[in-house]
Design a protein. Structure first.
Lengths: 245, 245
DNA sequence: GCTCGGTGTTAATGAGCGTTAACACGTTTC
DNA sequence: GAAACGTGTTAACGCTCATTAACACCGAGC
C-alpha cells in the first residue's frame, strides 16, 4: 500500500500516477457510471492505454473500492474531527452542526465526483468493502443525528435521521449546479448551501419562521437564532455563540 | 387499482404485461443501475424469462427511455397543471410553490425508483431521447425558478436556480430514507419533507428567521408564515392566501 | 377446423470488455 | 555491464450479455 518514494514525511504527498488514475476514474465513473466506463478510457485519460492500469491496481473494481472507501473514511474522519474540536472548545450543538455543514459543503464542492459515486455505485463493491463503506456512512450519519437531535430534542430520532439524509441530498446537489448558469463562484455557492441547510434544519423546531428562541426558559445559551440565521460569507469561525457549556 | 378490463373510461387503465415490465425494470435499474441489470433478471421479475421481453420492447434501451421520458413528462405536466390551477384561482406565489412542493413530494414518495433513475441513467439514452428528457427537466425547473424568483425578488436568478436544484436534492432523498428505522408512515414523511423544503426556501429571504416579508407595504395578505410554516397534514388546498395579485 | 396474431420458450450469435500473456525499454544497483 | 525492477505496450483469451433465430402453444375469427 505505502509505495511512496520517501516514507519520511507522513504528508499526503505523492501526486503519483496512481493518484492521477484515481482522480480520472472518479470523474469518469461519476459521468457515465461504473459500468459505463471502460478501462481503456480510464487509461487514455491519464495518458497510458488499456491494461497498463493493472500495474497500479488489481482491477477496475479495486479502483472503485479505493475511491469509495477513501471518501467514506475522509468524510467520517473530517466530521468526527470537527465534532471533537468544536465540542472540546465548549461550543454548543448549533456551532457543531454549523461546522459539520461547512465540512460537508467543502467535500461536496471539492470532490463532487466522489460525492456522487458515494451513493451511486455502492452495489458494485465486494461484500467486505461494501460493509466497510456502509459502516463508515452509518457512523457519519450518526455524528449528524447526534448533534441535530441535541439541537431539536422535541423531534423523534427517526425524524431527525430523515432530516439529516434530506439535507445530505440538498448538499450533494452540487453536481447538478454546474450546468446552466452556474453560480458566481465557489464562495457564493457554499454560502447558499449553508443557508439552505440551516434553513431546512431550522424548520424542525416547528413553525420555522419563529426568529427568536422560546421566550420562556431558554438559558441564554444555545440561541435558536444562530441555527437558522447565519448569512455567512467568509469569516468561517465566528459562529457568534458564547460557549453554551 | 384501475385494472378494469372495460375500456369505456379514458382512465390510465391497462396494467398490461408491458406496464408490469416497466415497473420491475424501474425497480431493478434503481437498485443496481442500468448496466448492472440483465434482461434475464427483468424477465424473471415478471415471470417470463430472457428474450421474451422483446415481444414488448425493442430493447433494453427502449425500456429505460420510456421510463425516463415518462417520468419527465409526468413531472412537468403535473407541475404545470399545479401552477396553472393555483394561478387561475388567484393564489399567490407562496401557495403555488407549496403546491409544487407537495406535487414533487408525491412523485418522490410514489415513484422513488423513477426519481432515482431520473438523474442517474440519463447518459445511457439515445441523443434524441436524452434531449427530450433534458428539455422537460429544464421546463420543470423553470416552473420552480419562476415561482421562487417571484417569491424572493432580491435573490439573483442563478441563486434561485441553485436553490431549486438543492431542494430537488432534498426531496429526492426519499430513496435513502427507507433503510434503517424508516419514518412512521408516508404522511409523516411527506410532512417532514414539506417542512424541510419550505424551511430551505425561507432561508433565501436572508436571515431566514425573518417571518414577515417587506414590512412596509404588505397588504395584510400574503402572510409570509405560509411559505415557511405549514405544519400541514392533509387539508391540501387551504393555503390561506387570499389573492396577492 | 384451420389459420393467424400474440406471447412464450430455448439455442445460437456476436459484440464489448475486463483481464492476462508476452514482450520492450529505461533506470537503479551490485 | 548485467540482472532486477518498474512501467509501458499490443495481442489474445474468455466471459458476460443484449439481441436474434427458430420453434411452440393458444385463443379468436372466418
Amino acid at each position: 500500500m505505502n509505495d511512496a518514494p520517501t516514507r519520511t514525511t507522513p504528508a499526503p504527498a505523492a501526486p503519483t500516477r496512481r493518484e492521477q488514475i484515481l482522480r480520472e476514474a472518479a470523474r469518469l465513473f461519476a459521468e457515465r457510471g461504473f459500468h459505463g466506463v471502460g478501462v481503456d478510457e480510464i487509461g487514455a485519460a491519464v495518458g497510458i492505454s488499456g491494461p497498463g492500469l493493472y500495474r497500479h491496481f488489481a482491477g477496475k473494481d479495486a479502483m472503485l473500492a479505493e475511491l469509495l472507501v477513501g471518501i467514506s473514511e475522509r468524510l467520517f474522519a473530517g466530521g468526527q474531527r470537527r465534532v471533537v474540536d468544536a465540542t472540546s472548545t465548549g461550543e454548543g450543538p448549533a456551532a457543531v452542526l454549523g461546522s459539520l455543514i461547512d465540512g460537508h459543503i467543502d467535500f461536496a464542492l471539492d470532490d463532487r465526483a466522489l460525492i456522487t459515486l458515494h451513493d451511486r455505485e455502492l452495489g458494485q463493491l465486494r461484500d467486505s468493502d461494501r460493509k466497510r463503506v456502509r459502516s463508515l456512512q452509518r457512523q457519519y450519519v450518526e455524528l449528524w443525528v447526534d448533534v441535530v437531535g441535541r439541537l431539536h430534542p422535541d423531534s423523534g430520532e427517526a425524524e431527525v435521521r430523515a432530516a439529516v439524509h434530506a439535507v445530505f441530498g440538498l448538499l450533494n446537489s452540487t453536481p447538478h449546479l454546474g450546468r446552466p448558469g452556474a453560480l458566481p463562484g465557489r464562495t457564493a455557492t457554499a454560502a447558499l448551501l449553508r443557508r439552505l441547510a440551516h434553513g431546512a434544519f431550522a424548520s424542525l423546531t416547528d413553525g420555522g419562521p419563529a426568529p427568536a428562541d422560546t421566550p420562556a426558559d431558554t438559558p441564554a445559551g444555545t440561541p435558536a437564532g444562530t441555527s437558522a440565521g447565519r448569512p455567512g460569507e467568509e469569516s468561517g469561525e465566528e459562529t457568534a455563540e458564547p460557549s453554551a457549556g
